[in-house]
Design a protein around this ligand. Structure first.
Ligand SMILES: NC(=O)c1ccc[n+]([C@@H]2O[C@H](COP(=O)([O-])OP(=O)(O)OC[C@H]3O[C@@H](n4cnc5c(N)ncnc54)[C@H](O)[C@@H]3O)[C@@H](O)[C@H]2O)c1
Length: 491
């Protein structure tokens, strides 16, 4: 299977737009095809709308953004793409026909994945040329922020197709979940629909409004689901004996039953209740406004989960590790006259009431700069896992010109001195638009054995790399802020 440089999209609606934003963000070119020419403007708008949240998801060094092109000619797309993702309406006959057509143009080593929410891949590959390269790659809206992608093979799908698709989706920051047996609705939509059916019954029977039902999820189970899912949470609900006790206690309820299984008839009255209920919940906010709110909290949740290396946070952490490693591998050996450089920007939530970057964010940015230098010299997750790390023991900050939300900035980090246990560094934070010095940070770090919480000698290879940086940085001009402390002139 091919290395994917260009992703071809068939159908550029809600899901096609989401795929485009995600792929472009991770440096993949996109050729988007839709039967409606007006979808070009739509997909460009969708990519732009995704940008504010996507750009805040990670500050790890991303490759240059991919390029987006649009065509109404499916065959042009099929001839140029290295991987094709189909996102046309959920209609078996339409998908079968279009997939078969595209498979006649796309070379046999180009994987074709369908975003279908519930159609089985065996049905989709029926009339295709080289059907072994067809799989379902089912994403979730918004595709650019939610990492889950269900991978489902049909009777003719090859194991190599599943493996190559897993590799590609992982590359663009996703969590590929292999659904080992095809079933209608795959895994997630089967679960979601069970809940959805019960919601429709409860609204239909006048038991609760859409708002009350959403409250029943967002203040409780929803918070638990994000990191542990239903089964682990129920395991905990069983107390010390875990799942066995949980089943003994609540098993009989399954027979009562609490749930109804068959969906209610979608009568006009039920449709009105659902629509009016959700309109009341929206409280006049537009879909765009609500999407922005949703995107912001999805970014925030994933960043918090990353601290616990759990669920979607673990996916984010893994991609960041890869991006940093790729950058470290590319970074040239230290040369005289070049400090270690970190490029980033002021996140909108870093500013104070003046609209400027808050004081307490500076050490955080210097911490990111230090992380970059650490990776360069071999202090990475494996080094930390071996129980060794530098701890900061002293910091002195000075502030120069101000910097505003979303402004591009960069940090230059110099090694001033290094010995067996101590590491003395100096950071200069600049605005990118005029290179002015925004702040400086001088720090002393102590190498520790983290298990014993005691100072310990640094690894000799790491020390040698730090010394090479120190020697290279010794030729850089010395900042007048270096070695300063706060002092009042004596009178
Ligand atoms: N919306 C969701 O939340 C969601 C989530 C996961 C998966 N999906 C699946 O993704 C697919 C697309 O859903 P959507 O919500 O983006 O639909 P959509 O209606 O927003 O977009 C479909 C697009 O396909 C285009 N199209 C129709 N026929 C075409 C053809 N022959 N060739 C090329 N383009 C064609 C349409 O012009 C339209 O732009 C469906 O299979 C759906 O089940 C949807």
């Amino acid at each position: 299977m091919r290395t994917v440089k260009t992703l071809g999209l068939m159908g550029t609606g809600v899901i096609g737009g989401g795929w485009a934003a995600r792929a472009l963000h991770y440096g993949i070119d996109v050729i988007a095809a839709d039967v409606k020419p007006e979808m070009e403007e739509w997909i460009r708008g969708a990519v732009a709308n995704a940008e504010p949240a996507l750009s805040r998801l990670t500050f790890a060094p991303l490759p240059p953004k991919g390029k987006l092109t649009f065509t109404t000619n499916l065959h042009e797309m099929a001839a140029k793409a290295d991987f094709i993702q189909e996102n046309i309406p959920e209609n078996v006959e339409l998908k079968q026909r279009v997939l078969a057509e595209v498979s006649r143009t796309a070379p046999a080593d180009v994987i074709i994945a369908s975003s279908t929410s519930g159609i089985m891949p065996t049905e989709l590959q029926r009339d295709m040329v080289a059907p072994e390269r067809l799989l379902v790659g089912h994403p979730f809206n918004p595709v650019y922020l939610l990492p889950l992608c269900e991978l489902v093979g049909g009777e003719k799908t090859s194991a190599a197709t599943i493996e190559a698709a897993r590799k590609f989706y992982t590359y663009i920051g996703m969590h590929a979940l292999h659904v080992r047996r095809e079933v209608p609705g795959h895994l997630t939509d089967r679960l979601q629909e069970a809940l959805w059916r019960e919601i429709l019954h409860l609204v239909n029977d006048g038991v609760a409004t859409t708002g009350e039902l959403d409250e029943s999820i967002i203040y409780g189970p929803g918070l638990r689901w994000a990191a542990m899912g239903t089964n682990m949470i129920y395991h905990l609900a069983g107390g010390q004996p875990g799942m066995r006790h949980m089943l003994a206690q609540f098993g009989p309820c399954l027979k009562w039953p609490w749930t109804k299984l068959e969906a209610p008839e979608l009568t006009e009255e039920l449709i009105d209740r659902m629509v009016e209920g959700t309109q009341a919940q929206a409280g006049g906010r537009s879909i765009r406004e609500l999407e922005r709110l949703r995107d912001d909290y999805l970014v925030a949740i994933q960043q918090v989960l990353r601290q616990y290396n759990i669920g979607a946070g673990a996916t984010l952490k893994a991609i960041e590790t890869r991006l940093y490693e790729e950058q470290a591998a590319k970074a040239p050996a230290p040369e005289a006259g070049s400090a270690v450089r970190l490029d980033t920007e002021v996140r909108p939530d870093w500013v104070d009431y003046n609209g400027h970057m808050s004081d307490f964010r500076y050490p955080q940015v210097f911490g990111d700069a230090l992380d970059k230098m650490y990776r360069k010299v071999g202090i990475d997750d494996a080094y930390r896992a071996s129980g060794r790390m530098y701890y900061t023991v002293e910091t002195h900050l000075t502030y120069g010109v101000e910097v505003k939300a979303s402004e591009p900035i960069y940090v230059l980090t110099q090694v001033i001195s290094v010995d067996d246990k101590r590491l003395h560094v100096f950071h200069t934070l600049h605005r990118r638009r005029d290179d002015q010095v925004v702040a400086t940070g001088e720090q002393m770090h102590l190498h520790v054995n983290t298990a014993q919480a005691k100072a310990s000698p640094v690894d000799p290879t790491v020390r040698a790399r730090l010394e090479a940086l120190r020697d290279a940085h010794a030729k850089l001009p010395r900042s007048k802020q270096q070695g300063r402390s706060i002092g009042m002139p004596k009178v």
